[in-house]
Write a protein that binds this ligand. Structure first.
Ligand SMILES: NC(=O)c1ccc[n+]([C@@H]2O[C@H](COP(=O)([O-])OP(=O)(O)OC[C@H]3O[C@@H](n4cnc5c(N)ncnc54)[C@H](OP(=O)(O)O)[C@@H]3O)[C@@H](O)[C@H]2O)c1
Length: 266
């Protein structure tokens, strides 16, 4: 029951209707006996600064989850950010300290790898095609490099962002083979869609699915719809598929503990 002592938590997003953090974090609070409520806040990017200044002054607010399109802008609004967030330049979780300071960190990458491992998939030694070079893709690339991925190919609509992602990974993991290439799955063991292509009906496919082979694992990070069109086609071509919910599920525990001040970022 929500009472006067209930602590507040929220996700900042635009659009917001697809987010699943509210139901997942409210379930986590209930399971862990936390007197908290987690709500969706629909915030346009132009208004983020003003909204965040207001949230700083809310004394019963303890934490925020940040998603599209706010992760990079939010990093600049935090008073302090953790090492993963600093390397990536964006945050997806923020803790509000009792004195109104905002401390951010990024859990996308480790959540992605933990989600794979929860389903018995190990990226070690694998040749991986990563589609996208936004906030989530960058976090995933760093975590895959840290997890011993054999080789990474990054393909993105905006080439300069793929180049920046490559430079970021090379700076942190000079031992990892990474190149910027085309969205061509041939020669890879795993394909990861880390673009937002597939969220909206009518979106074009992120790659030519006729090039997928049954030995490949097709991995999605979009959570709604659960089966995106390219993932459906990958399944029809005999590929093992892995849905975006596993990444989200793996992050929930890390995010909740961070917002409650129980754990450092990862
Ligand atoms: N499962 C989870 O836990 C989880 C966690 C985080 C994110 N996600 C999902 O991951 C997706 C990406 O999130 P993000 O935070 O990385 O977003 P972002 O930083 O805005 O990046 C979006 C990426 O998608 C590409 N893109 C968007 N529309 C495109 C189009 N029409 N054609 C080609 N490329 C397109 C962008 O390419 P350009 O660089 O060319 O613009 C960029 O690489 C979202 O769907 C988000 O919901 C899921």
């Amino acid at each position: 029951m929500i009472t006067g002592t209930t602590r507040l938590f929220a996700i900042l997003a635009d659009p917001v209707g697809h987010v699943q953090a509210p139901q997942m974090l409210n379930a986590w609070f209930e399971a862990h006996d936390v007197d908290g409520v987690f709500v969706p806040l629909h915030v346009h990017l132009d208004d983020l600064d003003a909204v965040v200044q207001g949230l700083r002054a809310l004394h019963n607010l303890d934490g925020l989850v940040i998603t599209m399109p706010h992760k990079t802008a939010m990093a600049a609004l935090c008073d302090d950010i953790g090492p993963a967030a600093r390397a990536i330049g964006s945050v997806n979780t923020v803790r509000r300290t009792p004195d109104g300071r905002l401390v951010g960190d990024m859990f996308d990458g480790h959540g992605f790898v933990a989600g794979l491992k929860s389903q018995g998939i190990d990226p070690r030694g694998q040749r991986i095609l990563l589609l996208g070079a936004g906030g989530a893709a960058t976090a995933i690339a760093l975590a895959l490099a840290e997890s011993g991925a054999g080789a990474l190919t990054v393909a993105n609509r905006t080439r300069s962002k793929a180049d920046a992602l490559k430079a970021c990974v090379q700076a942190a993991h000079p031992e990892v083979r990474i190149e910027v290439g085309q969205p061509d799955p041939r020669g890879h063991d795993m394909v990861v869609n880390a673009t937002s292509q597939g969220m909206k009906p009518g979106d074009t496919l992120p790659l030519d699915t006729t090039l997928l082979e049954p030995a490949m694992t097709a991995i999605e990070i979009i959570t709604k719809p659960e089966i995106t069109p390219w993932l459906e086609q990958a399944r029809n071509r005999g590929c093992r598929i892995h849905i975006g919910r596993h990444m989200l599920q793996a992050q929930i525990d890390q995010m909740a503990r961070f917002m409650l001040g129980e754990a450092a970022g990862a």
